[in-house]
Write a protein that binds this ligand. Structure first.
Ligand code: AMP
Ligand code: MG
Length: 310
């Protein structure tokens, strides 16, 4: 039996499999089996009010989970960006158990762009519900080793596909209202979306606005306190630096996200860099915001949420 066959059998039997996607590693279960999905929440210690994304092999499998055919603008995006780091939220069909959507009438769906993820969906013949494969609120895993460290004892199997290429979670777009709304900035840049369907509203939850389900402010957080740099800093040996480029002298540990200043490379390195700094016994991680464009928006969003105190 191949690894994919073994993993598919675990999914069919209601078990959990961690698998790579192009964004981050996912903790997967049969999306149509409410008991299997419940095990995801338990393993992650994730509150059941935080709904899951369902991973499918293609738009046809997605439509079976939806109450209506895709709206026209959603179809235009699908044509361009699936498989890829784009999740669509749409009214669900009765097939989708309530536990997947936290009892919302809508389901979040995407087609991941990773051969192992697609093989697993095909081989199991099931849509796969999968949040990131880490404990709730912690830094997302971008390698199989990260998954082993945080959930190694809770999953039956971890498929290893090497480091994730995109490195930040998918961009989430809701088609529940008349006009589309971006609910989470992620691996598909806003600019790319707007090129295809024109200007879209962004509503990612903020301190003063009531949040949509799952838009928790504190998230992606290392154990070491993380602060966003505003203005100048006085570095010391107990401080770590996380930034796009070179820090002033005096930091105890330094992580440079991209020597060339590439936001694509920076996104791919972000979570692994946060984890390495977290292991260094620092008192504080100082993070330098990146230019707020392209994947920089998703990076700044993650840094901001990592810096918010619960
Ligand atoms: P992840 O943490 O990457 O698994 O992504 C799950 C996130 O997708 C949730 O925290 C929500 O922000 C969003 N999401 C999932 N399902 C829905 C839904 N039905 N309606 C709105 N947002 C959703
Ligand atoms: Mg997550």
């Amino acid at each position: 039996m191949s690894d994919i066959q073994k993993a598919a059998k675990i999914i069919q039997d209601g078990g959990l499999v961690a698998f790579p996607t192009e964004t981050v590693y996912g903790l997967g279960a049969d999306a149509l089996n409410p008991y299997a999905v419940a095990a995801i929440f338990e393993a992650k210690n994730r509150p059941t009010f935080d709904p899951l994304i369902v991973h499918v092999a293609d738009p046809f499998q997605a439509e079976m989970l939806l109450a209506h055919p895709f709206p026209e603008k959603a179809l235009k995006l699908i044509e361009q960006f699936w498989p890829g780091p784009m999740t669509l939220v749409l009214p669900k069909s009765k097939l989708v158990p309530d536990i997947v959507t936290s009892s919302l009438p809508n389901v979040a769906i995407r087609v991941p762009n990773h051969p192992l993820a697609l093989d697993l969906i095909h081989e199991s013949g099931r849509p796969i519900a999968a949040p990131s494969a880490n404990s709730f609120g912690a830094v997302s895993p971008t390698t199989a080793e990260h998954v082993r460290q945080s959930l190694g004892d809770k999953v039956k199997m971890i498929l290893d596909g090497g480091p994730c290429e995109v490195g930040v979670e998918s961009t989430i777009i809701s088609f529940v209202e008349k006009e589309p709304v971006v609910l989470r900035l992620g691996g598909l840049p806003l600019e790319a979306i707007e090129l295809i369907i024109g200007k879209v509203a962004v509503s990612t939850g903020s301190k003063d606005k009531p949040m949509a389900p799952g838009q928790l402010l504190q998230h992606y957080a290392p154990r070491t306190p993380l602060r966003l740099i505003q203005g100048s800093v006085a570095p010391n040996a107990k401080m770590g630096w996380l930034g796009l480029n070179n820090p002033p002298k005096g930091f105890g540990a330094v992580e440079i996200l991209s020597a060339e200043g590439s936001l694509i490379e920076a996104a791919a390195h972000l979570f692994a860099a946060m984890r390495r700094l977290d292991e260094k016994d620092l008192e504080m991680i100082m993070a330098q915001p990146v230019p707020d464009e392209g994947l920089g928006r998703a990076i700044n969003d993650r840094l901001y949420r990592a810096s918010v105190k619960s």
